[in-house]
Design a protein around this ligand. Structure first.
Ligand SMILES: C[S@@+](CC[C@H](N)C(=O)[O-])C[C@H]1O[C@@H](n2cnc3c(N)ncnc32)[C@H](O)[C@@H]1O
Length: 226
């Protein structure tokens, strides 16, 4: 199944807003750290409902915001949630970003990067379009150390890349993005599922499982363009 088929269905069934709600728990902390200056141009890769770019307009007075998504229905929904002329949504693929070299001040991506068919190629594309000193804030909840996320692939037809922390850093460096920081942003607001929905399986105690689930939260890796 293609990205378009998978995520168009999510968008038309209203899951774009559900994702926004869940991802906001940690996204808001990571967005607050972005060194966005008034007037800066920001690209949100795999924007879903587009909430992140709108938040950067509201909180940091970002200039032009682009949200790129492979699902036309996601982009359509995102556009319907704002009438801000400085915010635009485009349909595109992570493999070929429709932006000129050095044209973007900062790139943001939440829970989307690992869907890239070739994540190394996507990093090179990001490095190409970022202006010198521009940053890539890459936030993912699906990664090796977050064992709770491993089963997600069973429910999603698009192939996902599951890197660990080191692999993220190495891949960033290979694309000529220096790693300014890497951090886990804990998700203290997550609703812990009931025991029936989420059996203990490999955990000795439910408390240990819940704490792990919250602590791991979002893996944030920040790259800076040369
Ligand atoms: C799990 S959603 C996350 C959406 C949003 N960033 C959020 O935090 O709620 C992943 C999004 O990435 C988009 N996506 C996945 N693979 C893509 C690709 N190769 N090119 C463009 N968009 C892609 C999907 O269409 C989907 O809207």
């Amino acid at each position: 199944m293609s990205v378009r088929e998978e995520f168009d269905e999510w968008a038309t069934s209203g899951r774009d807003r559900g994702m926004e709600e869940r991802h906001w728990h940690t996204a808001k902390h990571a967005l607050a750290r972005m060194p966005v200056e008034p007037g800066d141009t920001v690209l949100d890769l795999g924007c879903g409902s587009g909430y992140a770019g709108r938040a950067l307009r509201d909180t940091k007075d970002a200039g032009r915001i682009y949200g790129l998504d492979g699902s036309p229905e996601m982009a359509h929904n995102a556009a319907s949630y704002t009438d801000d002329p400085q915010v635009g949504y485009v349909v595109g693929d992570f493999g070929a970003l429709p932006f000129a070299d050095d044209s973007i001040d900062h790139v943001w991506s939440m829970e989307a990067f690992y869907y890239a068919a070739d994540p190394h190629e996507t990093l090179e594309e990001i490095a190409r379009i970022l202006r010198p000193g521009g940053t890539f804030y890459c936030a993912v909840n699906y990664y090796e150390e977050n064992v709770h996320s491993h089963e997600w692939q069973d429910n999603i037809a698009v192939e996902m890349t599951r890197w660990d922390r080191d692999q993220y850093r190495e891949a960033f460096r290979s694309a000529d993005l220096s790693v300014a920081e890497q951090d886990n942003v804990p998700d203290r607001e997550i609703a812990i599922p009931s025991e029936a929905e989420f059996p203990l399986e490999d955990w000795d105690t439910r408390e240990a499982m819940v704490e792990h689930y919250r602590e791991y939260g979002t893996l944030l890796t920040v790259g800076v363009a040369p």
